[in-house]
Design a protein. Sequence first.
Length: 158
Amino acid sequence: LAEAKASVDANLKAIAAADQENATKRDQRSASKDGMTPSERAMAETATPATAAAKRRKQDGGKDPVADIAAKADRKPSGLDLAAKVLADAGEPLAAKAIAERAIAAGWQTSGKTPQATLYAAMLREIAKKGDAARFRKADRGLFEITPAAKPNAKKGA
């Protein structure tokens, strides 16, 4: 019972301290012309690149166009991008292992021990997520082929 009373007293003290701090900030905001406390004003005036990016994202509906452009320029082709290119060049259904071997030969770098399993799972995820809009489809058990809609896109990157 004594521990419970001590815990309640500690919580009440914390609540009282928070109420007092909130009252102080409320008074500071009402006394200031811009409705900010001095600490809020200082943080607003020292915009960092991160806060500038956050403002751009907020204005553009959640996207940072500067970061998007930079990311696209620096990005290496993904395993799925290379798999689509490999399948488009092959012109026939291939197993995930053959696709992975050709993608690695084309420059796909992976540190995993089973790149064919990674690629197999990624292609299945894309098929499940995008359905008919996916770049791949299962031709037979263990075999994948490029969809007709993806063929022009794959050859543009070549």
